[in-house]
Design a binder for this molecule. Structure first.
Ligand SMILES: Cc1cc2nc3c(=O)[nH]c(=O)nc-3n(C[C@H](O)[C@H](O)[C@H](O)COP(=O)(O)OP(=O)(O)OC[C@H]3O[C@@H](n4cnc5c(N)ncnc54)[C@H](O)[C@@H]3O)c2cc1C
Length: 489
């Protein structure tokens, strides 16, 4: 392939890989530029000591919080993005979760569920989403919770895991928060990039971070390329930002500031705002009995009194994991004893949108800043607190001693909302096709666009958005080529 590209995609996580897949299948010449490298296949991505203890694969770059204190967001910069590490719970949002919910400070989508439904279906097919048998301990816990309170509902969890994982004693307990070595998890690399990487119209460059966007000569409203940190420039008809909800807004913010558009483009004042990441809490229940389930994440539960919240099991919490949370002198037999009786849960509540909850690069210190306060989204904070209290109380009555661990600002796993999609340029950043309002050649295809993040995990919706945006862009690129050919004839 020559160096002429129809589309440059910045980042290779859920949104970037999905858009790349659509564009490549439509015959567009696609360049994917990924900041990180492919993960090793030597077993280190499944090693608790390396992944959890040492944190070898995580981001180590410090950010500042709203009051200027440093913290390190738990981001992952590698081919496939955070999907290499995710728990592969691949759920659709509910149809009602596309509408605004003013009482919960939630904005509406620029289109309804039906518009995304075919792309959900396509994503589920590509990611081979399936339900697994519910294992005995999990079935018993759900049954006991439902006997404590009949308002608990449970559904089988749609998972992007190969059936073969159930027979792999190691990978079946190390997929949530770990990266598969055998390709048993449907992630952005395995399920999407591997399908297109050998096509003649696709190029993937890794270990190259995009540092800036490039404007057309004399027209700052038209983006025509990118420059990577090593100074190399690459051009294309369209640039698609898929660097994740913490990175994509900072690339646009810098461009708007340097080009002077920050003062004139109505959408500019919304860039980086409305950050959402779910309110998250881990609850570990300790039993007197040994827990033997391996997959665990086979159900998702909701409670009738908490419409914006859900709970799902965490992947296996065994002695090796428990040891990383205990003082180094703790004997391993003790960690194993505790771990074998532990069962973890992940509680999430959709957070509202607030313009002051924001990501920005514009800091005198030169460090990125994430200003996020739960007081600004009091309805979500109050629902989450009550949900956690109710779950912990019911878990105790179901025979487990609960230990509650709120997930702090560092927990950016579900980051989204910072380049919000909407119809009005004065209140949103991108339109319903992902194009930045008031600009040409620049699109957003990652979790940044999500106006709402629902009560469940976001990745399937990001994949679906990426597939849809890629389809729209491929059609518009084809139409403009026809027009250009007509003008030349
Ligand atoms: C431990 C964990 C468990 C999770 N479990 C689930 C789950 O079970 N279900 C679910 O739905 N979601 C889950 N998630 C969340 C899910 O992984 C994310 O929502 C999803 O990956 C976000 O997709 P994205 O495309 O927005 O960004 P990412 O997947 O983060 O991709 C962004 C990519 O851009 C690259 N990049 C960043 N900056 C640049 C730059 N300047 N130049 C070039 N490239 C750049 C990054 O390296 C990365 O590869 C989990 C996340 C984590 C961390």
């Amino acid at each position: 392939m020559t160096d002429a590209f129809d589309a440059i995609i910045v980042g290779s996580g859920a949104g970037g890989a999905a858009a790349a897949y659509s564009l490549a299948e439509a015959g567009c010449r696609v360049l994917i530029i990924e900041k990180g490298q492919p993960l090793p296949k030597d077993g280190s991505t499944l090693d608790v000591r390396i992944v959890v203890g040492e944190g070898r694969f995580k981001n180590h770059e410090p950010w500042l919080d709203g009051s200027g204190s440093p913290f390190v967001p738990q981001e992952y910069y590698n081919l496939g993005g955070k999907t290499k590490w995710y728990g592969a719970a691949l759920l659709r949002f509910g149809a009602d979760e596309f509408a605004a919910d003013a009482a919960h400070q939630c904005r509406g989508w620029p289109f309804g569920y039906d518009e995304l439904a075919p792309f959900y279906e396509h994503a589920e097919m590509l990611l081979a989403v399936r339900r697994f048998d519910i294992e005995p301990d999990t079935a018993a816990i759900v049954g006991r919770l439902q006997r404590v309170a009949s308002a608990w509902r449970s559904l089988p969890m749609p998972l992007g895991l190969s059936p073969a994982i159930a027979d792999d004693p190691h990978e079946s307990i190390r997929f949530d928060g770990f990266a598969s070595v055998r390709g048993l998890k449907s992630d952005a690399e395995t399920s999407l990039l591997d399908r297109i990487r050998d096509k003649p119209n696709v190029r993937i460059v890794t270990g190259a971070a995009v540092a800036a966007l490039c404007a057309a000569d004399g027209n700052a409203r038209r983006v025509v390329g990118v420059v990577t940190e090593d100074g190399e420039r690459r051009d294309a008809s369209a640039v698609l930002l898929a660097a994740g909800a913490l990175s994509s807004p900072r690339l646009i913010e810098r461009y708007l500031r340097d080009s002077g558009l920050a003062d004139t483009l109505p959408a500019a004042k919304n860039v980086g705002r409305n950050y959402k990441s779910h309110l998250l809490t881990a609850v570990i229940g300790f039993s007197v009995r040994q827990m033997r389930d391996r997959l665990r994440k086979t159900v998702v539960m909701t409670h009738a009194d908490f419409p914006h919240s859900s709970v799902q099991p965490l992947g296996a919490t065994d002695g090796e994991i428990v040891a990383t949370e205990m003082p180094a002198i703790t004997p391993r037999w003790f960690a194993n004893l505790v771990g074998s009786r532990a069962y973890g849960f992940f509680l999430q509540t959709e957070d509202g949108s607030h313009p002051d909850n924001r990501v920005t690069d514009d800091d005198d210190s030169g460090k990125p800043r994430l200003d996020y306060r739960q007081e600004r989204i009091a309805p979500a904070r109050d629902e989450h607190r009550a949900f956690v209290r109710t779950f912990a109380r019911h878990l105790l009555r179901a025979g487990f001693l609960p230990v509650v661990k709120p997930i702090a600002l560092e927990g950016t796993a579900h980051a989204c909302g910072t380049l919000i999609a909407g119809s009005d340029p004065f209140t949103s950043v991108v339109d319903a096709t992902g194009r930045v309002h008031g600009m040409e050649g620049i699109y957003v295809v990652d979790g940044s666009v999500l106006p709402r993040s629902s009560r469940v995990n976001p990745a399937l919706t990001i994949y679906a958005w990426g597939l849809r945006a890629g389809d729209h862009l491929a059609a518009s690129l084809a139409a403009s080529q026809v027009t250009q050919q007509g003008e030349l004839a």
